[in-house]
Write a protein that binds this ligand. Structure first.
Ligand code: ADE
Ligand code: ZN
Length: 340
């Protein structure tokens, strides 16, 4: 049975792979540019939407880092996170794990305190006013020096209570995970959870390296893991999460089209895959839109949608009691939903 849009919207969900800088939509971009007197090459929402176009990961990242130029103080980061957390409430996202790229801001002379103050204020408000569950993931850029990542980790020590995990992102090809073994070990020593982008544009060997050399507990994307059947079996055996991002993969030409996406094949192989939006302002939709697109292109059934939602809760970094509670809620929701 195929799920309706209403079912997919109402389904209790978790999002584990979301770059907060990738939620910078046209309206907020223009509003922040005006506030700071930043001159952009576009003036209207339509012009921004038209400019959000790219042929691959590198072209996308150039646009994404350029957009960051309008994010300058704590208020900007607060509003960015608040906009996204408002969307989470509308989309029934019970738990989200927000990634951010400190280096994209530090290199422009923006202090980590501005970034952390803004993000943590929005997160604290979402938790206390609406009971939303939010984790924060500090990503290191793999196309910058590992020594810089280590400095960033050290400089984040005064904010360590607000940070739950570290990740690894940005241009993947030619930047193997092993380069970051030292900084991941230092993050683990601080009690942080570990995740890493791998197998997005890089090969399946990068997925193996993220697991073995970095000790990553889950993998962001992991599309190319499928090229190595033994790896897929091992991921399934260990229930290692793959936080997959279907619309992102289409837009960045990781897959030729959605019909070719392997998320449901990996689900059927027993891998703990989840659906995520990555950079929703750039890739045409938030989390529910990704579920809807999978139904339309791949015929994702209602029980597959429920299994994907379960996979996200199961592999999240929330505390185990909350995870258990959400898994029960998903089951109850599915039972109670009137057949449609
Ligand atoms: N940073 C933001 N989005 C990303 C993606 N899809 N891959 C790597 N780095 C990113
Ligand atoms: Zn990503």
């Amino acid at each position: 049975m195929l799920p309706t849009n209403e079912f997919l919207l109402a389904l209790p969900k978790a999002e584990l792979h979301l770059h907060i800088e990738g939620t910078l939509g046209a309206a907020r971009l223009l509003d922040r540019a005006e506030r700071h007197g930043v001159v952009l090459p576009y003036e209207t929402k339509d012009e921004v939407d038209a400019a959000y176009s790219f042929a691959n990961l590198d072209e996308f990242l150039a646009l994404y880092y350029r957009g960051c130029d309008v994010l300058r103080d704590a208020e900007d980061f607060y509003l960015l996170a608040k906009d996204y957390l408002d969307t989470c409430e509308v989309e029934n996202i019970r738990h989200t794990e927000i990634g951010f790229d400190p280096q994209a801001h530090l290199v422009r002379g923006i202090a980590l305190d501005e970034v952390m103050t803004g993000l943590s204020n929005a997160i604290a408000e979402a938790r206390s006013a609406r009971g939303q569950s939010v984790s924060l993931i500090m990503n290191f850029m793999r196309d910058r020096a590992p020594s810089e990542a280590l400095q960033v980790l050290e400089s984040a020590d005064r904010w360590i209570e607000q940070i739950d995990a570290v990740g690894l992102d940005s241009a993947e090809r030619d930047f193997p995970p092993a380069l970051f073994a030292e900084v991941f070990a230092a993050a683990k020593d601080r009690g942080l959870r570990l995740t890493a982008h791998a197998g997005e544009e890089g090969p399946s060997g990068y997925v193996v390296s993220a697991l073995e050399d970095l000790g990553a507990e889950r993998i962001d994307h992991g599309v190319h893991a499928e090229d190595d059947p033994a790896l897929v079996r091992e991921l399934a055996r260990r229930r290692t999460g793959l936080t997959m991002c279907p619309l992102s993969n289409v837009e960045l030409k990781v897959v030729p089209d959605l019909a070719a996406h392997n998320v449901l094949r990996l689900l059927d192989a027993g891998v703990a895959v989840s659906v995520n939006s990555d950079d929703p302002a750039y890739f045409g939709g938030y989390l529910t839109a990704n579920f809807v697109a999978l139904r339309d292109a791949l015929g994702m059934t209602r029980s597959q949608a429920v299994a994907l939602a379960r996979g996200a809760f199961e592999t999240g970094f929330a505390n185990p009691k909350d995870i258990e509670r959400w898994l029960v809620e998903v089951e109850a929701f599915d039972q109670a939903w009137v057949r449609d």
